[in-house]
Design a protein. Sequence first.
Lengths: 374, 399
Amino acid sequence: MNGFMFGKMRQSGKISKNFILILMLLLILVSVFFMSVGLGSVEIAWHDVLSILVRETVTEILDIFVGSDAMPEVLKTIVGSDVISEVYRSIVLNIRLPRALATIVGGASLAVAGLLLQVFFRNAIVEPFVLGVSSGSTLFVGLILLSGANLGLSYISPAYLFFGAFLGAAAVMLLSVAIAHKVRNVITLLVVGLMIGYIASAATTVLVTFARQEQVRMFVLWTMGSFSGVVWEHVIILIVIAAIALMASFFMSKPLNAFLLGEEYAKSMGVSIKLFRISIIIISSVLSGIVTAIAGPVAFIGLAVPHIARMIFATSDNRVLIPASVLIGAALTGLCDLVARLVLAPAEVPISAVTSFVGAPIVIFLLLKKRNLL
Amino acid sequence: MIALKTEKLAVGYGRKKIVDCIDFEVGKGQIVCLLGPNGSGKTTILKTIAGLLSPVTGSVFIEGRNINIFDKTVFSRKVGVVLTEKIMPGLMTVFDVVSLGRYPHTGFLGVLKKEDVDAINEAISLVQAENIAKRYFHELSDGERQKTLIARALAQEPDILVLDEPIGHLDVHHRIEVLTILKKLSKNKHITIIMSLHEVDLAIKISDLVVLLNNGKLAAVGSPEDIIDKNTIKSLYGIKHGDYNHILGSTEILPHIFMPQIFVLAGSGMGAPIYRMLAKCGFSISTGVLHQNDIDYCIADSIGAETICERPFELIGEEAFLTAKEKMLLSKHIIDSGYPIGRMNRLNGDLTAEALKLGRSVLSMRSHEESVKLFGQSTDRIEYFDSVVQLVSRLNRQI
């Protein structure tokens, strides 16, 4: 009934219960991670996958601490032979591993972004993209893919798309911050966010109308979201930015909890409303913008995961819900990506299709079961 | 010691003034009530005092310091609020909600230390909410929620408590409970309480100071005993279709008359329920003879009945008797409310006897035996009723 810090003195039993739940989620996440790396359209034996991962890790560690990647014979016998084919090595290390990490970190980011905005807007059906972040990204990506703003390049590199999507998200975020300075009511901000989204979508529609067929196909695939083809450079950027933003979210959990009583009560307890608003908008936009830049708009994770976390932990204490959303968001997105890759392999289903199939029923179920959603 | 003072304060939203020229001061541990009609700016004043709105002009001082120069955290240890906005805190128990009040006292992540838990438990016990501490907030009744919100404000350990209509939609039991809690806080813990109330009768009983608001200004400030009488209340709220009796604290609705006149013989409070029910059904009422110190007189007067009266503690005189007789005979029906007859009002009994003698029938709430004893043999034209409802439905049936 309580978070592990609400009523700490009183409820040590509660702490261990939450601790066990977190541990279980961690276990699930680890197994999802290994499945993501181990399964795919190319069958690679489990011991080979593990061997590749361990070898690589050991090599990296040696590289850092010893300054040489020559592995002593003793270690070689422990981690297994190096006769595994270079193709398998490449599939695991350059395709599956970055993708697994991207889905896990991306899912965690979306879930926390959704949680922050649900508390901020005091609204249970808010998701990370309500402020127009994804529409901004989509518009900028549309500009690149559809309008020929591709700097005369015939091949559009993922780095260029990544950069464009992030720029779009940032532009909308800055606009929201500027508006948040002006308006008194958060609901106004919500409506303005929706309107920005509509304008960006309208502009995108115009672009689509005048684009060539094959361009449109590429663009539509991007808008459906996918983690396929992520590269290490982007994954590193994602991990670094997401780690910072997720830490920042956790540090916001005290004012977030005060906000559960509404803006006026929060203010009466000494929360600096302006600073809080701007921080929430920036953190949530960065979290959802960075994921959109890598994978396109991924639906439902940000909406459904905070509700799942509330149901599992039976609390609204954000000091519990933030770590919980990180773990559940990561595991669920990893799992959904796995399904997206495997269900029609070697073809891929867009991840948003899978997350919606999973997420929508959960939200409906929760709506029917519990009236008190936040 | 002055806990709170306003100086040439104007409150409102943005630059728009809603109430201007607010000047009053409140001593430590006093209870202040803001009274005034809907839209008179009570909430705006309270929110300004609580630091939720900036003053349009003028200043608010707490313990001699302008609230503008307070640090946010320091200020929130001085002033706690209970607002009318409904809150939906989600999956939180009463203890959790109250613990949020520790915000200005806890560290970076809001981890509760022992003194915080003690303060929370004390706040919960001050509002007598120990029995609901472990329940979810959203499962509570309105009264329990209000107690929780007061406890939350108390957990801030404020010197001043600002409450906007704290007993708004509570039942009688919770109204009394909440006001008793506030009274205790002011007397035992010396917490200054500033609140808005719509219940004028209760405001008079609980407050040390009342602030009357009307038409964007303070209409009056002072102790309720000094400034509240029948006319201040009627003009404050612009009451036209009813009456407020400040002594009884009762509100009466003037009848919308479309039924014939009924004469009620009353006294000692036996008439009040009959007047109220007749007024509700739209009958025109005349009544008498009542002494001016009789409770029936107050109600009859408030309800707008035609009242024939006599000065307090005097025998009913000839003049009053004759006027009453005339009114009685003009009425469509005569009701004997079963009032006690003594030396002072013996002539009222004679009125009944007179009516019976003249062949009128009387609807009576008295017992048969008592009527025979009082009015002698001509009691066959008396109809007897056990309850006001039976009596009035008999009237309705006939008409």
